[in-house]
Design a protein around this ligand. Structure first.
Ligand code: ATP
Length: 201
């Protein structure tokens, strides 16, 4: 099965794009969602985070204090590496667990937000980028999350550059227009992926 790694910066439109692929009947595996589920209370990855990074990352109710952990790994590269060594293999394992269920589909979308930053290209056969200029990303993130300009800029600065993402991509969806335009680009790629798969069989 063809695996398309879908990536893009914060608020570029990844979810909007993957939702439309799903509407076309394409299976979507979202590694962001998997990573959230992996650290739910009682899960082994959360216990490992507690053991290796410290109990202070757990809130009183036993859930992960994501904000505190995010701030910590932002400032501490070793902690970031430790967190990744816990999460990446577990994510990969869960993706592999989900793939056989959809093995008869021509292709699947694998949403990997930090594909470029974390060199996760090996997880997919082809990289699809949802691309938008930073000014639009900032506008969308502020509108959606109510973030301040400063917070939004800080997140953007920590992510891969637009150029680095564009260099890594096989296919690019430019999300600067209306939703209708975005949907049309998804539908065009859907046809291309179906024929790519048919040709490779
Ligand atoms: P994140 O990285 O934070 O998970 P994302 O890349 O999944 O974000 P979306 O959630 O799909 O991005 O989009 C960000 C916001 O911008 C959402 O509120 C979405 O509705 C809006 N949006 C995305 N594309 C468009 C568009 N073409 N026209 C109007 N609004 C859009």
């Amino acid at each position: 099965m063809l695996k398309i790694g879908l990536t893009g910066g914060i608020a570029s439109g990844k979810t909007t794009v993957s939702d439309h692929f799903a509407r076309l009947g394409v299976p979507v595996i979202d590694t962001d969602q998997i990573s959230r589920e992996l650290v739910e209370p009682g899960k082994p990855a959360l216990a490992e985070i507690q053991k290796q990074l410290g109990a202070r990352f757990l809130s009183a109710d036993g859930s992960l204090n994501r904000r505190l952990l995010r701030e910590h790994i932002f400032a501490d590269d070793a902690a970031k590496t430790t967190l990744e060594s816990i999460l990446h293999p577990a994510i990969q394992k869960e993706v592999e667990r989900q793939l056989p269920r959809i093995k008869n589909e021509p292709y699947a979308i694998l949403v990997v937000p930090l594909l470029v930053e974390n060199n996760l290209g090996y997880m997919s056969d082809r990289i699809l980028l949802v691309d938008a200029p930073e000014s639009l990303q900032l506008q969308r993130v502020r509108q959606r999350d109510g973030s301040t300009e400063k917070q939004a800029k800080k997140i953007l600065a920590a992510q891969a550059s637009r150029e680095a993402r564009r260099n890594a991509a096989d296919d690019i969806i430019l999300n600067t227009g209306a939703l209708q335009d975005l949907h049309r680009q998804v539908e065009k790629l859907h046809k291309q992926y179906l024929s790519l798969k048919a040709r490779s069989d």
